[in-house]
Design a protein around this ligand. Structure first.
Ligand code: UT7
Length: 332
């Protein structure tokens, strides 16, 4: 049975850098609050007409393809993770499919929010293991700066999230012991409303009303403290579940790439797993939380800066809305 290997990674972030000071002109917040609570110093915001979830994905995908030495025509399937698709339907997979010279390949969207990219990678891995496809493009891309209100009402979430895209080319390999060793996927839907955007949804006869606007019912809601507490538990748990399958210990890891939710969460995972700083990736200070794009952005930067070497044991991990959480263990 073939296994799957990441052969190219790419990323794209919009040009506009938005600092904490920029946000403090729009709402009652300040650099100290944001840095102390989250570690975020700046994030990127998309420019309408220039960037979109599909456009950013295409740029990240092209870089990943070039690095893998592949052409768009070589790709057999697209798995696209996002919570912020250009349209409500169709999904972003097809919008990406028409942007590069792909064949009329299948393209699916994954709605796994912060865990979306790891879920998408797992889906790609299964298609490769069955032999159905040989080359799959996995993407995470988000435009979130327009989901939140840049006001006091929206400040608890508006300061945290950012825009960007990351991509990985996943290919079949017969090299023994190399590639994606395992993936672990979990959810607990009892917590769906602890981090969600209720409207516009299909539950109500009138999906969009003036009253919803007035009451701010289009704004996402997050029970920050509850999400935080659960993240502290599930990040280490889901990584250890993957390690345990191969009798690895925490110390066997060469690099842990967690979803960038909060620098305090990353620091707590590092402490819990007793990892030295060079074994865990944190870039939230520059991009904020980019949801499905966060893991591939961190993965791409880690690769670009030489932090991932051939033969390294690398873990990707994510936790977020759903609740959904996931990990992927990779022998690079
Ligand atoms: O991607 C996965 C999902 N997300 C996460 O993993 C996030 C997990 N949660 C967190 O990271 C933290 O809960 C937050 C960073 C979101 C918030 O930190 P917190 O320590 O839980 O703060 P809080 O929500 O309890 O708010 C503390 C105070 C409140 O004021 P009072 O009630 O103490 O007077 C808020 O109104 O901070 C106030 N506040 C702000 N102040 C300045 C909320 N947002 C802001 C803001 N600037 N942007």
């Amino acid at each position: 049975m073939p296994s799957s290997k990441i052969t190219g990674v790419g990323m794209y972030v919009p040009e506009d850098v938005v600092t904490n000071d920029d946000l403090s002109k729009l709402m009652d917040t300040n650099d100290q609050w944001i840095v102390e609570r989250t570690g975020i110093k700046q994030r990127r915001f998309f420019k309408e007409g220039v960037d979109s979830v599909a456009k950013m994905a295409a740029k990240a995908a092209q870089i990943a393809l070039d690095r893998a030495g592949k052409k768009a025509e070589d790709v057999d399937f697209i798995v696209f993770a996002t919570l912020s698709s250009d349209y409500n339907f169709p999904g972003s997979g097809v919008l990406l499919q028409r942007k590069l010279p792909f064949r009329n390949i299948g393209a699916i969207d994954v709605r796994g929010q912060c865990s979306g990219f790891v879920y998408a990678l797992s889906i790609a891995d299964q298609f490769i293991k069955t032999g159905m496809y040989k080359t799959i493009l996995v993407v995470g891309s988000e435009v979130q700066s327009n989901i939140f209100e840049m006001s006091n009402r929206g400040r608890n979430m508006a300061v945290i999230f950012g825009d960007g895209a990351g991509a990985a080319v996943v290919e079949a390999t017969n090299e023994p012991g190399k590639g994606i060793l395992t993936t672990k996927l979990h959810s607990d839907g009892r917590f769906a409303e602890e981090l969600y955007q209720e409207n516009p949804g299909s539950r109500k006869k009138d999906r969009i009303t003036a009253e919803m606007f007035e009451k701010g019912e289009f704004l996402p809601y997050m029970n920050g403290k509850l999400v935080f507490m659960n993240a502290l538990r599930f990040f280490p748990e889901v990584v250890r579940e993957a390690l345990a399958e191969f009798n690895f210990k925490d110390s066997d890891l060469d690099l842990l790439i967690p979803h960038q939710a909060n620098a305090r969460i990353t620091a707590a995972i590092q402490k819990e797993m007793n990892l030295p700083p060079e074994k865990i990736v944190s870039n939230i200070e520059r991009y904020g939380n980019t949801t499905a794009a966060s893991v591939p952005l961190a993965l791409c930067e880690a690769w670009e800066t030489g932090r991932i070497k051939d033969g390294d044991l690398v873990a990707l991990a994510a936790f977020g809305s759903g609740f959904m959480w996931a990990s992927a263990l990779i022998r690079w």
